[in-house]
Write a protein that binds this ligand. Structure first.
Ligand code: ATP
Length: 255
């Protein structure tokens, strides 16, 4: 095995500390994610999946344990610093884009993320051919709407744009938090295909929460299930490929 790109050791997270409703959400998570892993993350409502992504992204702090990215301890690092190498796409299409800015302006912001802002009209013009090619890959007409304010797009177009923005600079780790859940089945499939192709073509490392068992089985090389704040299933490669929907339904019936 190569060295892990993300290494989580003995991670616990407690919320509402010191109150009568104190709750331990993550209960000693140990997880190594390797370069090129595309992990689908399953678990029932309240299992702690989004919390795990929150702690990895740095918008929730770990109470115990360590998080290392490429052997570098980032446990205490704030969310803004981590955005240099971690990208995230949320379930809500409104969260990833600035509504008043056009599609092209949003893409330029994503391209310049972490760099000194050079938001000049000539930079935008220079990038248009590149953005045209990029948005064509979504297959949903986004390339015809480069000058449209993002707030006027359909949910599917806006979510595809959020995904493009999150992957434009090849993040070290891509976090997908049910990013297709708000879309109709056809649009969701379209975005999943774009997701899969982008991850494969750019050799990205990704962790994707989903409630769709078919997607969890079809995509990725590794499948993890979380139950009550603990990892209860972690299968990869051939073992994952041989899993069926019936296996997963049986598995979840035991919890
Ligand atoms: N900041 C917080 N303060 C209080 N409770 C929280 C906080 N974050 C999460 N929780 C609680 O922790 C539990 C796990 O939440 P989390 O969102 O991680 O679950 P999930 O597996 O992503 O669920 P779902 O599939 O419903 O999205 C839930 O009971 C939730 O209400």
């Amino acid at each position: 095995m190569p060295n892990p790109i993300l290494s989580i050791e003995n991670l616990t997270t407690v919320v509402r500390k010191g109150t009568s409703s104190e709750l331990q959400i993550l209960k000693g998570i140990n997880l190594d994610i390797f370069p090129g892993d595309f992990i689908t993350l399953l678990g029932s409502n309240g299992a702690g999946k989004s919390t795990l992504l929150n702690v990895i992204a740095g918008n929730l702090t770990a109470d115990t344990g360590t998080i290392k990215i490429n052997a570098h301890d980032v446990t205490k690092q704030d969310e803004t610093t981590r955005t240099k190498y971690i990208s995230r796409v949320f379930q809500d299409p409104k969260l990833g884009t600035a509504p008043r800015l056009t599609v092209a302006e949003n893409l330029l912001l994503a391209k310049k993320r972490g760099l000194k802002r050079t938001f000049l009209p000539r930079n935008l013009k220079r990038s248009l051919p590149e953005f045209k090619v990029l948005t064509k890959t979504t297959g949903n007409g986004l390339d015809q709407r480069l000058n449209t304010p993002t707030g006027d797009l359909s949910g599917g177009q806006r979510q595809a744009l959020s995904f493009l923005m999150a992957t434009l600079n090849n993040p070290t780790i891509l976090l997908l938090d049910e990013h297709t859940a708000a879309l109709d089945p056809k649009t969701s499939d379209q975005l999943m295909q774009l997701t899969d192709k982008t991850i494969q073509d750019n050799h990205l490392t990704a962790l994707m929460i989903t409630h769709r068992l078919e997607d969890a089985l079809k995509y990725g090389n590794r499948l993890i299930a979380l139950h009550d704040g603990q990892i209860t299933l972690d299968v990869r490669d051939n073992e994952k490929a041989s899993l069926t929907k019936a296996d997963l339904l049986n598995y979840f019936a035991t919890y």
